[in-house]
Design a protein around this ligand. Structure first.
Ligand code: SAH
Length: 460
């Protein structure tokens, strides 16, 4: 079955190596007149600048920042491109159209309900392993349109005791635009007990329908730190690790140098190397996974999230799944890339209008989480293998056997299942990492993982 939609997992070009539109700028020079800085070397090879871009509102802001203060780190550039409160890719008005066939990329939950249903099954199986606690909490980090969370809630509704125990759902979502969409997708309603009607939606208590009249409260947060602790928790982060901005470092004859974003002659942007070590290169190169290409890419936010989830699980009990495209072992080097309308574009093109993403470093995330006492880490394993172990084929067959299913739905379900599992599509590029409570060797692996998938903590 052929599909016109692509996931964002492909990385055929490196960000410094090309932009798919053949631009080369071997004679690029920097206008330093406004900078007062010297010595920023263009990144080699110098095919690193996109064609002169139409200025975007965020591009103009970045340009004045660079004119005033000099080149910005890749980390700062990506952070602003994704989450600038007005112009960021996820935060801007209309960010909801980023997703799906009409948008820039498609994700597993947007492809098929099968994905969310199996995560729901995993949540119930982990709740059972925990001894069916009377209160359980769900936390999703980076919920996008809210489709995955809605599928999880729908799937778990068939286990009434689980839904009775589900007291609250927390969505960690910095984008205010996407929060509105998530509320709509979940069909969250103001709680019957909110007697007043606050003007600010943030002050409303939102609920989703539960079992036996026990609604589950839904709240939104900008960061995991704001989510309350004290209750066993099931975490899911699907395609969020790749959205944490990376620092990039390149090995030179003088040592590791941080990659920065500078202005180009024509008003666009280009990559340069810092002439001296920076605080980031001093602190972070050891955190990264070195590649054959002498590039180190580190996304501290992804490492911190993995560790924070493990700490919460060790403290409150619970389980987590982190799913994304990425690698476990040797890094492919520079993985920063841009996506627009299902095409890979140069990451410095049209700031704020292009999705920027990196491969998740699962090995580093696993090691960070495994360093937490009282947490056990499994994986990463491939998405294809995990979904098959979770019974995706049986679930597909059950859906195909439904009486009122149309031929079109049959095609869609089979096509999506293939896309999720097939190693040549999303099955091998996407990986799944799990964190569960308990540090014992003999406690058994969580569903979908084998005992041999357990990651040893760092040597003490
Ligand atoms: N999980 C969804 C969406 C993936 S896109 C899906 O698979 O369809 C990435 C999501 O992470 C978006 O909702 C984006 O706004 C959110 N996000 C980006 N940076 C984040 C951060 N630092 N913390 C939490 N969420 C973040």
């Amino acid at each position: 079955m052929s599909r016109s939609t692509l996931s964002r997992s492909s990385s055929s070009n490196s960000s410094s190596g090309g932009n798919g539109s053949g631009s080369t700028t071997d004679d690029v020079k920097v206008d330093r007149s406004g900078l007062g800085t010297v010595g920023y070397a263009p990144v080699k090879p110098q095919k690193n600048a996109p064609p002169a871009p139409p200025p975007t509102p965020l591009g103009k802001e970045l340009e004045s920042q660079i004119r005033a203060r000099g080149p910005v780190s890749v980390h700062e550039y990506v952070k602003q491109c994704l989450l600038h409160p007005t112009h960021g890719y996820y935060a801007r008005k209309g960010a909801v159209h980023n997703f799906g066939t009409g948008g820039d990329f498609v994700t597993a939950p947007e492809l098929s309900q099968l994905f969310g249903e199996l995560i729901g099954v995993w949540f119930v199986s982990e709740w059972q392993r925990l001894g069916k606690p009377a209160q359980i909490r769900i936390v999703e980090v980076g919920p996008g349109r809210g489709t995955l969370c809605a599928d999880i809630l729908r799937a778990t509704a068939t286990w009434p005791p689980f839904r009775e125990a589900l007291t609250d759902v927390h969505l960690v979502e910095p984008s205010l635009t996407l929060r509105v969409e998530q509320r709509r997708t979940l069909n969250a309603q103001p709680s019957a007990t909110s007697t007043t009607k606050p003007a600010d939606p943030a002050e409303v208590t939102w609920v989703v329908e539960g079992h036996n009249g026990r609604d589950a409260r839904v709240s939104w947060h900008s960061s995991l730190e704001d989510v309350p602790t004290g209750t066993p928790t099931l975490f899911i982060g699907q395609e969020v690790l790749d959205a944490f901005p990376p620092y990039q470092f390149v090995k030179t004859d003088e040592g590791w140098r941080e990659k920065l974003v500078d202005l180009n002659d024509d008003g666009g942007f280009r990559f340069v190397l810092a002439p001296q070590p920076t605080p980031a290169s001093r602190a972070l190169v050891v955190e990264g996974t070195i590649s054959d290409e002498d590039t180190v890419e580190v996304a501290p936010g992804a490492l911190a999230l993995s560790r924070a989830i493990a700490e919460r699980i060790a403290q409150d009990r619970g389980a987590a799944l982190l799913v994304d495209y990425g690698f476990d072992g040797i890094s492919p080097g520079d993985t920063l890339r841009g996506f627009r309308r299902h095409k890979q574009v140069h990451p410095l093109e049209e700031p704020g209008l292009v999705d920027l993403t990196v491969d998740a470093d699962f090995g580093a995330c696993a090691t960070h989480a495994a360093g937490v006492e009282g947490a056990s880490v499994y994986g990463s394993t491939t998405q294809g293998e995990w979904l098959q172990r979770m019974g995706i084929v049986a679930r597909l067959e059950a859906l195909l056997a439904l009486e009122d299913i149309t031929e079109r739905q049959v095609d869609q379900l089979i096509g999506a299942c293939e896309q999720l599992v097939d190693p040549a599509q999303m099955g091998a590029r996407y990986r799944v990492l799990s964190v569960v409570d308990g540090g014992g060797e003999d406690e058994g692996a969580p569903a979908g993982f084998a005992a041999g998938d357990r990651v040893a903590g760092p040597p003490v």
